[in-house]
Every structure is written in C-alpha cells, then in structure tokens.
Design a protein around this ligand. Structure first.
Ligand code: SF4
Length: 314
C-alpha cells in the first residue's frame, strides 16, 4: 500500500457528468482509491492516465493494474477551494447538472480517517459558499458527520450494486460490506439526510428477482433517486476482474455479450421498478456505446436527463 499527499492547483473542475444527471462540477480529494473495486473505470480515465509518470516517481509501478494499492490525498482542497469560490463570479448550471458539485468522481471521499477529515473541511467550505453538493461513497465514516450532512444543500448517496455481502466481497474486496452500507443509509434516513442510491454497477448474474428485492430494500430509506448501470467492460477492468478470479467477467467481454447483458438488466430493472412502485425514482445510466444495439431514442431519452430531485433553486 502506498499512501501520501499531493499538491493541487485547482480542486474545482467542470464535469461532463451532467450526462448522467449527477453534477456540473467535481471535486476529488485524492488520487487513487483504497477500495480498489475490481470493475472501477477510474484508472482508465485521463485523471490517472495523464499522471503515469508522476505516479511512477511516487513508487506506483502500474497505476492501472495496481489500482486499490495507492492513495495520494489532497490536503489543500478546503483552503484552495475557499480562495477560488471567493473569487469566482460565473457558475455553470446546466438543466441536468443543476449547478451541483459531486464529491467525488475519481476516489472515495470517506475511505479512511484522513480522507473523511478533508471531506468534512471541504463540505464546511461549500456550505459556507451556499453550494449544492452531491456526495457519492462506499465508505461508512460519513455517519460521524451527520451534524452537517443533514444540510438541505447536501444529497448523500451510497454506491450499493446489490445487498449481497458474499458476492460483493469478491467484486469490491476492500470496500465495506454492502449490508453495512445499507445500515448506514438507514442511519442517514433516521437522521433526515437527503439520500440517494447508486445501484451501480450491477454484476451480470443479477436477475429480475434480485432487482426487485434490492429496490424494495432501497425504497425503505426513501431515496430521492436510484441510479442504475451494470458493470461495463472498459479499459483494464476486464483484466482486473479476471485476475481477481471473477469468471463472470468473461460473459461481458465481447461487445455483443456486454450489450446483451446490459439490455437484459435494463429490461429487468424497469420491470422490477414497476412491480415495486418506484419507476419515478429510477434513473438509468445508459452507455452511449449501446448505440447500434438499442435505438438512439432509447439512449437519448436518458442522457442529459435531469433527475427527479428537487434542489433549492429548482
Ligand atoms: S470506491 Fe469508487 S473510485 Fe473507489 S475503487 Fe470503488 S468504484 Fe473506484
């Protein structure tokens, strides 16, 4: 495990994740992620690919395949962010991004004590500047910060592909148990936090019954929205899944088999949402590469679609 800190110039970055209805800006409080999920797409994105040399110098041999074994925290985020927000005049607010800042897109904001500390200080700055914030995590340490996380400008989401500890221990071996993540959401619900669920990414063996069971559980914590996508084979994640012994990865390695699985699960989750009565909360994240496998209209119907969530100014 290699951990350390890293310098940054500007922690606030514009984001294309309005495509998924998530945000217009992102803040990443670290590079690397100790949760090391086998399917994670982050090591194949420019945020890691453009840093290869720097990461080598810090002792990371293979930034892609060693994902989960290194973490460089950005302690300067809160201070720099405050300076930037004091000067900033123009704020991007697209219909689907709603001017929201996502924390984080390329790491987990609550993966250990130090990242939780940076995240808390960052949130204090964002609250002070009246920004809308979406938190996305697999970590549990946010439960210590309920005093600020009940703020109406903060929506807190946990990634839980399914509540199945045995299965997820193989896919997300270093992340907290899915049952503990669900219990944390229950605690957030009792504390009256604004909540959402990222049921993502779902493994290919999930069935209609599994989707139904999980949606029923998630509805008990009254999420404002439930995002969904399946595991997509991208970059080096196929190799990482296979080297973790996940034979199922083979079933989504070809474009055709990946698309077939995607379409099957998309169909199943929509039927499950109808049966559970939460169609209005379900928000699909289709992969644009599905074009050619399903109609363009079906994909475009979801890309850049605003979520059902209500923020202060919407
Ligand atoms: S928690 Fe998120 S960023 Fe971290 S490894 Fe898992 S998917 Fe990637």
């Amino acid at each position: 495990m290699i951990t350390g800190t890293e310098k940054i110039i500007n922690p606030l970055q514009k984001s294309a994740l309005n495509k998924k209805g998530l945000c217009d800006y992102v803040i990443n409080i670290a590079s690397g992620c100790l949760h090391g999920c086998t399917f994670c797409y982050v090591p194949s994105t420019p945020s890691i690919r453009t840093q290869q040399k720097k990461l080598h110098q810090k002792g990371v041999e293979n930034p892609q395949l060693d994902w989960g074994k290194y973490l460089f925290m950005r302690e300067e985020v809160p201070g720099k962010l405050d300076q930037i927000l004091k000067r900033k005049r123009k704020w991007e607010e697209t219909p689907s991004g709603k001017g929201v800042i996502l924390l984080c897109s390329g790491t987990d904001p609550y993966q250990n004590k130090k990242t939780a500390e940076i995240t808390r200080k960052t949130l204090e700055v964002l609250i002070e500047h009246k920004k809308k914030v979406r938190i996305l995590t697999r970590g549990l340490l946010w439960q210590n910060d309920l005093d600020i996380l009940t703020h109406p400008n903060i929506s807190l989401g946990m990634s839980i592909p399914c509540i199945d500890d045995e299965l997820l221990k193989r896919i997300e071996p270093q992340a907290p148990l899915s049952s503990d993540r669900y219990k944390a959401l229950q605690k957030g619900y009792e504390a009256k936090c604004r909540l959402y669920v990222a049921m993502a990414p779902t493994p290919p063996m999930m069935t209609l019954e599994n989707f139904k069971f999980n949606l029923e559980q998630f509805m008990k914590i009254n999420p404002e929205v439930i995002f969904w996508e399946p595991i997509n084979a991208r970059g080096t994640n196929g190799k990482r899944m296979l080297s973790a012994g996940l034979e199922f990865a083979k079933s989504i390695m070809s474009r055709q088999s990946w698309a077939d699985t995607f379409i099957q699960q998309w169909n199943d989750i929509e039927i499950a949402a109808q049966q559970v009565g939460c169609v209005d909360k379900l928000h699909i994240w289709p992969d644009p590469s599905l074009k050619g496998f399903v109609s363009k209209e079906k994909i475009d119907n979801w890309l850049y679609r605003p979520t059902i969530e209500k923020w202060n100014s919407n």
